[in-house]
Design a protein around this ligand. Structure first.
Ligand code: PMP
Length: 458
């Protein structure tokens, strides 16, 4: 954390907010006030709750975080893919505030309320496979991990089978079941006691490293599932269509359709974990749509409610209806304030054509990253879809991950007021999850900082 403070401004100041959409570095990052709070935190918060950049945020709007030292940081992570419509989005704030003053909580399983039904209707409209005549049904919970837990539970109830298959490089959460489903033992499962049984980790498709076509990779995955899991014991296959924590791995063409076909033929519920890739981020409301697959269950969370906690488990009626009354739910699941915020997000996806905005970001940001790749051979690949983009860094001329360079680039960027995040089981990638409203000017500024960061770090 050494480089001198610098300032840079991009003139896209928002009229609606007192937070101008510009980068502004006033102090070292983290600054003195952040460091002071961090010391207090060390006394009362355990180190297991780690922060990537311990800069304490006082306010935020759209793509800009303002810290307690007055630094304005461009947020290219959005709380890991949550702030799809931007921080403190005016419509989300208004809808949530209005709902907060009406009904904050009743518990949907005690006395229900309309916004829950509205969210389920929006999901039924957008999940591939759901039709007006036969809509998919939705259970609402609070977090991505809870969505995965419930997806598995519902699939087990429907099939009467125990087995859960996942892919290598997957990430599904930090609860006991989901931490047993993740690729990485450390830090998620290591030392936390017995892992859940009947979870099978099948090979994924990782074109940069395996060189396999989609058909070849699927044949390998299916052979594993048949031999090591046994189709007749499998309740579900849980798949991130584009793997998030795994490094924004886009599978080879044909991989996901072949797996979905195999699931259908074998009575295995195909669950698309769209917690990170969903909610318009990749240029379609759900990324699985781009692979031509109709999943049995789709899981959403993160971006669904503009920053409020909410998660959806949306599935074919036959599967969702298999659970007995009272078997599903939880005190805060589908909280009315979160639901009202989610409706404001869905309305904007449609009215502001945010799918086109995600495609714009892929064009503008993607082109800039590919230019950067020409200059810095450590960038082995630029990949992703829409506003879910990543660069994988390797030692030049090899495919060996270069996690040190990833860390140095992130640090140099942070010093210049750009918040980045790593990804991948070896921390070999830098991922970009900007707000779909991030302007071209701000993207250009991020790219110029990346260039400086690579130059300084190389
Ligand atoms: N599934 C995927 C694909 C995720 O990316 C995440 C979070 N990174 C989760 C599940 C877990 O979500 P949460 O942190 O809300 O429990």
């Amino acid at each position: 954390m050494s480089s001198a403070p610098s300032t840079a401004a991009v003139s896209t100041a928002s009229d609606e907010s007192s937070v101008s959409q510009q980068r502004l570095v006033r102090t070292e990052i983290p600054g003195p006030r952040s460091r002071e709070i961090h010391e207090r935190r060390r006394a009362v918060v355990p180190p297991g709750v780690h922060s990537v950049l311990p800069v304490y945020i006082e306010r935020a709007h759209d793509a800009i975080l303002v810290d307690v030292d007055g630094n304005q940081i461009i947020d290219v992570c959005g709380g890991i893919g949550v702030m799809t419509v931007g921080h403190t989005d005016d419509r989300v704030v208004a809808a949530a505030a209005d709902q907060l003053g009406r009904v904050t909580h009743t518990l949907f399983t005690m006395t229900p309320y309309e916004p829950y039904v509205e969210v389920a209707e929006h999901l039924a409209k957008h999940v591939p496979g759901s039709t007006v005549a036969a809509p998919y049904k939705t259970l609402l919970m609070n977090s991505g991990a809870e969505a995965v837990e419930n997806g598995v539970k519902i699939a087990r109830k429907y099939t009467g089978r125990p087995g859960v298959a996942v892919l290598e490089h997957a990430y599904h959460g930090r609860t006991l079941l989901t931490s047993s489903m993740n690729h990485k033992a450390a830090p998620y499962a290591l030392g936390y006691g017995p892992r859940v049984g009947d979870v099978y980790k099948a090979p994924n498709s990782y074109p940069l490293h395996d060189g396999l076509s989609g058909a070849e990779a699927a044949a390998r995955t299916i052979a594993f599932l048949e031999k090591q899991a046994g189709a007749a014991d499998l309740a579900c296959l849980v798949v991130e269509p584009i793997q998030g924590e795994g490094g924004f791995i886009v599978p080879a063409d044909g991989f996901l359709p072949a797996l979905a076909d195999w699931c259908r033929e074998n009575g295995v519920v195909f669950i698309a974990d769209e917690v990170q890739a969903g909610m318009a981020r990749t240029g379609t409301v759900f990324s699985i749509e781009q692979f031509g697959v109709q999943p049995d269950i789709v899981l959403s969370a993160k971006g669904i409610a503009g920053g409020l906690p909410l998660a959806g488990i949306t599935g074919r009626a036959e599967i969702m209806d298999a659970s007995q009354p009272g078997g599903l739910g939880g005190t805060f699941g589908g909280n009315p304030v979160s639901c009202a915020a989610a409706v404001a997000v869905f309305e904007q996806i449609e009215e502001l054509d945010l799918l086109a905005e995600a495609q714009r970001i892929e064009r503008v940001f993607g082109a800039g990253l590919r230019e950067l790749q020409q200059r810095f051979p450590a960038i082995a690949e630029v990949r992703g879809r829409g506003a879910m983009l990543a660069i994988e860094l390797t030692r030049p001329g090899t495919l060996e991950p270069d996690a040190d360079l990833v860390a140095r680039v992130m640090d140099e960027a942070a010093q210049r007021g750009v918040l980045l995040l790593s990804s991948g089981v070896h921390n070999q990638a830098i991922r970009f999850l900007p707000s779909l409203k991030m302007s071209d000017e701000l993207i250009a500024d991020v790219l110029s900082v990346l260039e400086e960061a690579f130059t300084a770090a190389s």
